[in-house]
Design a binder for this molecule. Structure first.
Ligand SMILES: C[S@@+](CC[C@H](N)C(=O)[O-])C[C@H]1O[C@@H](n2cnc3c(N)ncnc32)[C@H](O)[C@@H]1O
Length: 263
C-alpha cells in the first residue's frame, strides 16, 4: 500500500491521469491506486521506465542550469506536471533569487496540486493553459506571470511534444514561440523516439484508448524538423543519456533530448 497525499478539491482520484502516473514513476505521493495500476502495466514491459522518468528530471535540471549560466532570469516550464523537487524555480533561484518562473499545464489535476504546493512563492506562477492554444498561452504568460518576451527566456518542454499529434501542428506552435522569444533565448525539450521498445509502445497504446493522452513517437529527423529556425546546441538531438552521462544504461522508453537557442 503506497501512501498518497489527500486529493485537492476538484481532483478525481478514480480516473487515471498522465501527470499522476509520471509522479508515481518519480516516487511522488500525488497519485492514486488507478494511476499506479496503469504505471505497473508500463513497468511490466519496461521495468526501467522509472529510470527514464528520473533522466527527464535530471535533464530538466541540467537545462535550467545551462540557461542560468547564460544569464537567463525568466523560465517557462510547459507541460510542467505535478511539482517535483527540485523544480525549475528551485534550480534557477540558486543562481538568481529573483528568477521568475511560470509552470504551465492543461491538466486541472496538475493546476490544483501546483497551487497547493507553490502557494506563497513570489514570482512563481502556475498557469492552467493548453499549449495547442499558443496565442492565448503567450498572452497569459505576459499578463499572469509577467514574462517579458523582450528579454531572453528559457522554455522547457520536457516529455510533452509527443502528446501533440501531427494534425495539432507542433512545428507551428514552436515557430510561434520562436517568433516572440528574444534573441539569446533557450528552448529545451525531450521527445519520445520511434526506437522505443515495441512492447512498451503496444501497452501504452492499449491504456491510452481509455482516454489518457495518445503518444506520437518521432524519428530524430521528424523531431529536428519541429525546431526549424533555432540553433541546435551540442550534442544535438540524442537520447537523454548522452546529455547526462554516456555511461548511463539504455532504456525501453527512449527519450530524445535537445537544446536550441534563438539566434
Ligand atoms: C509526462 S508529463 C511530464 C512532466 C514534466 N515536464 C517532467 O518532465 O517532469 C507530461 C505533462 O504534459 C502535460 N501536457 C500534455 N499535453 C499538454 C498540452 N497540450 N498543454 C499543456 N500541457 C500538456 C500533461 O498534463 C503532463 O502533466
Amino acid at each position: 500500500m503506497v501512501e498518497s497525499r489527500p486529493a485537492p478539491e476538484g481532483v478525481d482520484p478514480f480516473t487515471p491521469n498522465v501527470a499522476r502516473i509520471f509522479d508515481y514513476m518519480l516516487g511522488g505521493k500525488d497519485n492514486y491506486e488507478v494511476d499506479r495500476m496503469v504505471a505497473q502495466r508500463m513497468l511490466e514491459v519496461a521495468p526501467d521506465t522509472r529510470l527514464t522518468a528520473w533522466f527527464c528530471r535530471q535533464f530538466l535540471i541540467k537545462l535550467t542550469e545551462i540557461a542560468g549560466e547564460a544569464g537567463i532570469r525568466q523560465y517557462i516550464d510547459l507541460g510542467a506536471g505535478i511539482p517535483t523537487t527540485p523544480a525549475v524555480h528551485e534550480i534557477a533561484r540558486k543562481k538568481d533569487a529573483s528568477a521568475r518562473v511560470a509552470f504551465v499545464d492543461y491538466d486541472p489535476v496538475v493546476y490544483a496540486h501546483a497551487n497547493a504546493i507553490l502557494a506563497g512563492e513570489t514570482g512563481v506562477t502556475p498557469i492552467l493553459a493548453d499549449i495547442r492554444h499558443i496565442d492565448d498561452l503567450i498572452t497569459r504568460l505576459r499578463t499572469d506571470a509577467q514574462i517579458d518576451f523582450a528579454q531572453p527566456v528559457a522554455i522547457m518542454i520536457i516529455g510533452v511534444l509527443h502528446y501533440l499529434m501531427d494534425d495539432e501542428h507542433p512545428a507551428e506552435i514552436i515557430a510561434r514561440l520562436r517568433e516572440v522569444m528574444a534573441p539569446g533565448s533557450y528552448l529545451g525539450f525531450s521527445h519520445a523516439s520511434v526506437d522505443t521498445n515495441q512492447a512498451f509502445v503496444k501497452t501504452v497504446d492499449e491504456v491510452t484508448t481509455g482516454g489518457i493522452a495518445e503518444v506520437r513517437y518521432r524519428t530524430v529527423a521528424e523531431t529536428t524538423a519541429l525546431f526549424d529556425g533555432f540553433d541546435l546546441l551540442a550534442p544535438g538531438i540524442v537520447p537523454l543519456q548522452q546529455w547526462l552521462d554516456n555511461e548511463l544504461p539504455a532504456t525501453g522508453l527512449v527519450l530524445l533530448g535537445g537544446l536550441c537557442r534563438k539566434p
